[in-house]
Structure formats: C-alpha cells, structure tokens
Unconditional design. Structure first.
Length: 335
C-alpha cells in the first residue's frame, strides 16, 4: 500500500486538490471550518507532507545536523538531549550522527548531512584538528562547533571556560587544606584538556603548590579509561596525594572505583573532583564534587547561534565562552 497523497485526501473530503493545499498552507482563501475539517481528515488518514518537495520550493529543510564525537559519552548524550529539545522548539528537527572519535568518519557523516540538504550543522568535534580536516565542508553550510574551544580560528563556536573551571577547583581543594593535589587524565591531543591543565597549573603557581600530572594516552575520557589509568597510578605505590582533580567526571568515577579497590576511602583517604557535572555524578553512591558545564545553556546558545548563521550568512563569526560553576558534594573532605 502506497503513502497517502493530497489527491487521496481531496477525494475523501470531496474538495479539489487546490483546496487541500490551501488548507495545509494556511491560506486565507478558505474558511476556518473547511480548514479544520481537512486538517482533521489529514490526521485521520495519516497524511504526511512531502518534506523533500516542500524544501525544494522553500529552499529550506528545517533540519539541523548534529555530529557527536561519542554518543555514549554521558556529557555529550545529555548535551544532545538539550539540543534536540530546543531545536524542535525553534521549528527545526535534529538529525544526529556519531563520529566515534574517528576523524575520517567525522568527515564522512558531515558529507552525508550536506547531501541531506540540512540547513546547518552543529558539531561536537573529535578534536581541535577537526577544523582543518572539515574546512572545505564547513565553508558550504552554516556550522557551529560546541564544547571544543577553537580559540582564534575563524569559526563559530561555544565552549566553557575550561581554565577558570580547573583553577577554581584547585583553589577549592587548597581551601580545604590540601597541598598535594594531583591532576589526573590529561589527554595531550585535546585542546579542552590542555586548557583545563593550564587552569590547574596557574592555580598551583599562584598557591605555591608543586604540580603533579598523570597523563592519559587513551583516545577517550571514559570511566573505563579512568579506572585503568588509576590502576597504573595506584599500583606504582607512590600515591601520596590527598586530592585528585580529574579532567572529566567519567575519569573521576573510574578513578574512584580503582581507589576503593586499592583500599582507599573516598573522601577520607582521597578527595576527588571531576569536571562536567554529568547526571549520575549526583547519585548517592558517587556524590561527586565537580565543575558544572551548563549543558542546557550551551545547547540553547548553539542553536540560536546556528539559526542566526542560517538567516544571516554574511555576518562575522560568533564565539561564546561560558563560565563554569563548582558543585560541592561529598567526595572531598577538609583536612
């Protein structure tokens, strides 16, 4: 059985094709009673407007593409939810693609979205290198980068103040009496991680602390990565730090699991701070003190910025750095 067409609706309604078309377009040429009857009939018959045909006429699809580096990353999945809800509220549908931290796949799905004639694309990139690899593609469609700080590159982007976040977290731990604070899980090829490291190092210099960093060679800042990295650290036997500032909540939760398995109590033996404020960081069993990235605000700003690019493509690039907030929970103690 084929899909329901306008002609099918017109036949059942006993009106012309043009009358049904006017009812759907909101034309003032037909009465409200007729319009209401036709719209009700369309719903009952399951008529779906031909979006492709309409987009060819309107030169708009009202679809926004979203490319996510890892949809199973808790921060990114929560951000995606806010992006989808707000896009729909603004009259756009969201088409989501997952790049799985693969630069080649990132380019591939970007091309797929271009082929789908999306009005614009929001991207949570694989990394800062995505700018160069996607430059030819981003020139063809309004694009907003979100989460990764593109610094002085000529692109639209939204990111949090990563330096400010870790600097505030280090100062918070210092205020609790901690003098041996470890920075945990920094990835060398992530600009976001480098900025967070800079915030920690700035605070250490200001407070007279000796910095200590555990770098990660893994591609993702996952709970598993945090667990494995912490195992290596604790197995080394030189874990005399009283506090651990982690590059993400997922890393922190993995490190907490490893610490407990190594006989340490959180926060009695080790205070832990994360970064992101993912939803399950607040669970009673975790109760993680963390730096909040305001995901809803970032999502709203990204959609607004993209729609502005769609409507005014001639405008200069826009950039927004959003401040972070320390969320105090139970994973830290005062010495």
């Amino acid at each position: 059985m084929g899909s329901i067409t306008l002609k099918d609706v017109a036949k059942v309604a006993g009106v012309s094709y043009a009358t049904v078309s006017r009812a759907l377009s909101g034309s003032p040429e037909i009465g409200e009673d007729t319009r209401a009857r036709i719209l009700k009939l369309c719903e009952e018959m399951g008529y779906t407007p031909n979006a492709v045909a309409r987009s060819m006429v309107m030169r708009r699809t009202n679809i926004i593409g979203l490319i996510v580096a890892s949809i199973d990353n808790p921060f990114m999945s929560e951000l995606t939810t806010h992006l989808e809800i707000y896009s729909r509220r603004c009259g756009y549908n969201l088409m989501v693609c997952n790049s799985s931290y693969d630069p080649e796949l990132e380019k591939e799905v970007f091309s797929v979205l271009l082929g789908r004639q999306v009005d614009g694309i929001i991207i949570i990139p694989v990394g800062n290198e995505s700018y160069d690899s996607l430059k030819v593609l981003t020139a063809q469609v309004p694009t907003v980068f979100i989460s990764e700080n593109m610094q002085d590159l000529p692109e639209n982007y939204i990111a949090v103040d990563n330096r400010q976040g870790t600097e505030a977290a280090t100062e918070y731990l210092y205020s609790l009496g901690h003098r041996k604070i470890l920075y945990f899980g920094c990835r060398a090829h992530s600009v976001t991680h480098q900025l967070r490291l800079e915030g920690y190092l700035t605070a250490c210099k200001k407070l007279g602390l000796v910095p200590a960093v555990v770098h990660s060679t893994m591609e993702r800042s996952s709970q598993d990565a945090g667990y494995l990295l912490a195992n290596t650290y604790f197995d080394g036997g030189q874990h005399d730090h009283t506090a651990m500032l982690c590059a993400s909540d997922a890393l922190a939760i993995g490190a907490m699991q490893s610490a407990i398995e190594h006989g340490l109590s959180i926060p009695h033996d080790l205070s832990v701070v994360g970064f992101d404020n993912i939803s399950y960081a607040a669970l009673p069993q975790i109760n993680l003190t963390t730096i909040d990235q305001p995901k809803q605000r970032m999502a709203t700003a990204a959609v607004d910025m993209l729609i502005d690019r769609i409507k005014h493509p001639e405008q200069d690039h826009s950039r927004l750095i959003v401040p972070t907030t320390l969320i105090e929970r139970g994973s830290c103690r005062k010495l």
